[in-house]
Structures are given as C-alpha cells and as structure tokens.
Design a protein around this ligand. Sequence first.
Ligand SMILES: [Zn+2]
Length: 296
Amino acid sequence: MPINHVAVVGGTHGNEPTGPYLLRLLAEKGIPASCSTFALDLVLANPKAYKQNVRFIDQDLNRSFLTADLSNHSLQHYEAKRAKEINQLLGPKGNAKTDLILDIHTSTASMGTTVILQSSSPLQMQLAAHVQSAIPGVFIYAISAETYTGGSDQPFLPSVAETGIGLEFGPIPNGILRHDLVNRSYAATLACLEFIEQTNRGSAPLPRQPVEYFEHVKTVPFPLDEEGRIDAIIHESLQDRDYTPLKPGDPIFVHRNGQVVHSTEDEILYPVFINEAAYYPQKAAFSLTRKRSTTL
Ligand SMILES: [Zn+2]
C-alpha cells in the first residue's frame, strides 16, 4: 500500500517549541525534491497552549484521542475540541485520509533521539530502523496499546493514522529551543520522509539486522507520603541513565534520611523518561522497558 498522505505534527505539547520551529523550517525550506510520491501536511496541534508556552490548556492533547472520546460530544474543553478538529483534518481515526503521522516531541530526560512506535508492525519497525541507520544513536521505543492501556485503543495523537510515529528529542528543558536539537529533529524528519519515498518506489533498503528496540513494560511511580507528596527522589546513580540496564537490586530512589530504595524487578530492564518534568503531576518517576530485537 503506498503512503499517499503524510502529516508532520508539532506543538502537540505547547511547551515543546522544537516541533513548531521545525514546522517553520519545513515550510520555508520545503521537503527534498526527491520526495514526490506523497502529499505532506504540516500541523500545529495545540496553538493555544503553544502561545502560552504550557503543555496544555485543559487536558493533555496527546491523551485525547481515544476513539470513544473523539465521538463523545459532551467533552467540550479546549483539547477535546482540538482533538476532534485534528481527527477531522487528518482522520477520521480508523479510516484516516492521512496514512502516516510524525508527531514531534521533546523530553527533559536523557532520551537522546527516540522513535516511538505504537506497534512493532513491519512498516513502523522498518521506518524506525531506517532512522537508526541514518542517524547515529537513535533508540526505538515501542508502546503498544496492550502494554500501555491494556486495551486495543490508544489515546495518542499519531493513533489517528494507520501508521503513527512519535519522534522524541532530548534532553532539553521545556519552553526552549536548542540549535543541536533543531538540527537533529530536522535530520530525523528528513530520514523518515526519505524512507517513505523509497518505500513508495519499492526501493527502501533492508535495515541492518537484527533491529534492537525497547518495549514498554510499566511506569514506576515516586514513593509518596500519606499526603500524596513525593517522598523520595531519583537516586543519583539512576539519573540520566535512560536506556542503560537497571539490574535487580540497583538503587532507584533516595529518601531525605538517606534511605535508598532498590529495584524489586527480577530481571534486567531499561529505564526511560527518567525524571521527566511532564510526568511530575502524575507522580511518575520513570518507565521501564524490555530490550528486544527483531529481524525484518
Ligand atoms: Zn511532548
């Protein structure tokens, strides 16, 4: 199946200005002339939150795309309305006119460049592997609906299209732009577009095999006190160690009295989104993934 319509989306989170800046770059520079087999839409997802430099106005837009919510007319807050507009523009989810969505994000965690997949379908995995071979140090993180919500639906914006990809760049504080990350986001986006073009022409090279990726296992909460306050912080030996092995018994948190909390997992797992600023309201400390590999 050719990929006829592609959308690059930025500013899904209003305090991540790298995406909106990338949209301006793409609009001004255009896409490479070699990309002629598909139409490209550039979409600023949450203009109101972007203007105010906040993650969202009423609710996280990137958790507003469950099929039931998109057809629930009683949901009328800003992001619920915006999700319905985007669903109309790029979707509708389940039968979308847009074949592939690239959603640009940044993280305060040391995630480097991460391609986030909604499934480990061959097309998604091949695209991610292509970005990995085009740009050194790219990680692939698969968050399927089953591992994230336990169901078959997903609340993420890219789930509007048959193929939805998140591109995550970090570490960077919220609200700022950095030359290196803008360059990285531009290069990664062009690598995705190049892959789409080659796929449409039937000439996409097979990636280096096997392809290594990280599969979402669970989110780990901070320890809380009786009043629900964060009671211990990320241990210094875990800080900034995204994608490095966390062994059973390794330190993860430290309390004010120095008491250390150790991992109680019974296998080596790989933490990501360690100490991510956006997850403090939910008191989420980091996520754990399992390292997998696949042959395409
Ligand atoms: Zn984001």
